[in-house]
Design a protein around this ligand. Structure first.
Ligand code: HEM
Length: 531
């Protein structure tokens, strides 16, 4: 039988598709993405701000599968001066890549500014290997199980209560009180160090270190992160200011790891040490190598934990200022369930479904780490028919995943009700499945060592984890006793905050004005009370 024109066209189309699928090197094609220029690749395509939303738009724009001619928004490829970067825009692909293939997707790219400042010692920056496993094993003991985290509840409750008093004493310094509280919780867990009411040296030291970390890891901030060879230019060379910066930042980072530990060692030598992560580790016979691992593991608690919960509490205050009806509904729930004679506790959580939903919405609306931390793939891979070159930096666009309109209705809206089932409405996916990251690098403040990641979407949550518990309690306690509203300008008009967020790895709402006042004399008395 003679082939028809249609047969010939189909045949040609088949050859065309196969050609597109198999590159000149006999490999499947790279994922779609902006075209880029020779040598420099996509350097000029990179957004200047709010990377997460630009990356999501790239998914919409370039994600067209050559195989099925379908929109595939999920995976985007860019090349930055020869460094391949894969952006993963959907939960489905983040799970199938970073969770299910975590044995090859759990490395971290090495950032030269981190190597120069000692930040490469921190858990979040460690390459995948024995040191990482040992560090995570050590941390597992302090926050890897429901029981271990529940053991920390008294610390979280006590410090959160102190936070309420600080706000009452100085309502213009709420931001600094939030930082103090996050610092106080972590310093107690890591070193059983009790912070001073004001100007605590360790809190100040660690805050400084965290700010410096944010600066050196912000994309495009340092050329040496792109051209590591620049590390070797002499300090006096024009443009080598980054080397002087690195020397100063290294001192801060090393002090952050060393000084609080020295405090514990002194306490132990004097027979005064109370239980903490460090004292428990020091009580074991540690080899020199284990000692160093432990020192940086403790610092990683602070490095990972302090700024993150601070960001979510700032987002909470912003949302409460903007959406008074949500605030009112949340407060009514507390009044009904807890009453006005005591503060809410972590044990109340299961009876406070709206507050629980509100906390989820805070974590979704503006995720603390909108692009997580970059992963690195250690072997060539073929994923969904696309070639993923060994050494690619893989970014899970957590913001994009949590604003995917196929998963979250009207994703830009702040609407805690989305997480509550109602007749005709199924609760939307819990954002905590994604906002803490993926695979073997998932935030230890949330999950245990071996998440049954395949089932993460179906599985119920095993219990409250450290990060989640701190955020929940601060939100619930604040709502119980404080009223948050728009600030008033000199003409007596309310000031509506602009919703804008910083571009750093841990992203915060930009400073905004609001008013925070005790709800009543009874609320004020409760804040001052010892209970
Ligand atoms: C709302 C609070 C928090 C959020 C949203 C959050 C989110 C994240 C994310 C997205 C990552 C990167 C995961 C990945 O690479 O896939 C991460 C890593 C990490 N987080 Fe958290 N985090 C929070 C609180 C905490 C707390 C309280 C601690 C410690 C006390 C902590 C310690 C860490 C550490 C050490 C890492 C690095 C893990 C590794 O590289 O293996 N985080 N976190």
């Amino acid at each position: 039988m003679q082939p028809t024109t249609l047969d010939i066209l189909m045949g040609l189309a088949g050859i065309f598709l196969v050609n597109r699928l198999i590159s000149s090197k006999g490999r499947p094609p790279l994922p779609p993405g902006p075209k880029g220029l020779p040598v420099i690749g996509n350097v000029f395509d990179m957004p200047k701000r709010q990377f997460w939303s630009a990356f999501k738009s790239w998914g919409e724009k370039y994600g067209k599968s050559p195989i099925l001619y379908l929109r595939l928004r999920d995976i985007v490829y860019v090349n930055l001066l020869g460094q391949p970067m894969i952006i993963v825009n959907s939960a489905k692909q983040a799970i199938s890549m970073l969770d299910k293939k975590s044995s090859i997707y759990s490395d971290r790219p090495s950032l030269e500014m981190c190597n120069m400042t000692a930040w490469n010692e921190i858990l979040g920056m460690l390459p995948y290997g024995d040191r990482l496993r040992e560090t995570r094993r050590m941390l597992h003991g302090v926050m890897g199980s429901k029981a271990s985290v529940e053991g920390l509840y008294p610390i979280i409750e006590e410090e959160s209560k102190k936070y309420l008093t600080k706000v009452l004493d100085d309502p213009d310094e709420v931001a600094s009180s939030i930082r103090q509280t996050a610092g106080a919780i972590i310093l107690r867990i890591a070193y059983d160090y009790h912070v001073k009411e004001v100007n605590d040296p360790f809190v100040e030291l660690v805050d400084k270190a965290i700010q410096e970390f944010s600066i050196i890891t912000t994309p495009n901030a340092y050329l040496v992160n792109v051209f590591p060879i620049l590390r070797y230019i002499p300090s006096w060379f024009p443009g080598a200011g980054f080397k002087r910066t690195a020397t100063a930042y290294k001192q801060t980072c090393t002090d952050m790891a060393t000084l609080p530990l020295r405090y514990v060692e002194d306490q132990m030598a004097a027979g005064n040490a109370s239980p903490s992560f460090s004292s428990a580790q020091l009580a074991r016979q540690l080899t020199d190598e284990q000692y160093i691992t432990m020192k940086w593991a403790a610092a990683s608690l602070y490095g990972g934990g302090a700024d993150t919960t601070v960001s979510s509490l700032h987002s909470f205050l912003l949302a409460m200022t903007l959406f008074p009806e949500v605030q009112q509904k949340a407060r009514s729930e507390i009044d009904t369930v807890v009453g006005n004679d005591r503060l809410p506790s972590l044990a109340d959580r299961e009876h406070l479904p709206y507050i629980d939903a509100l906390v989820k919405e805070v974590l979704r609306w503006h995720p603390v780490a909108p692009l997580g931390l970059p992963h690195r793939v250690v072997k060539d891979d073929v994923h969904e028919g696309y070639f993923i070159p060994k050494g690619s930096m893989v970014i899970a666009n957590i913001w994009g995943i949590l604003h995917d309109h196929q998963v979250y209705a009207n994703p830009m809206d702040f609407n805690p009700d989305r997480f509550l089932s109602a007749p005709g409405h199924d609760a939307e996916v819990d954002p905590r499945s994604f906002c803490f990251g993926f695979g073997r690098r998932i935030c230890p403040g949330w999950h245990n060592l071996h998440p049954l990641t395949v089932h993460r979407l179906k599985r119920g949550f095993l219990g409250l984890k450290l990060a989640d518990a701190s955020v929940f309690l601060s939100c619930a306690m604040t709502l119980a006793v404080y009223d948050i509203s728009k600030a008033i300008d000199v003409n007596g008009s309310p000031i509506c905050p602009i919703v804008d967020f910083t571009d750093a790895t841990v992203s915060h709402p930009k400073p905004f004005k609001y008013t925070i006042k005790p709800r009543s004399a009874k609320a004020e008395a409760l804040i001052r009370s010892d209970s």
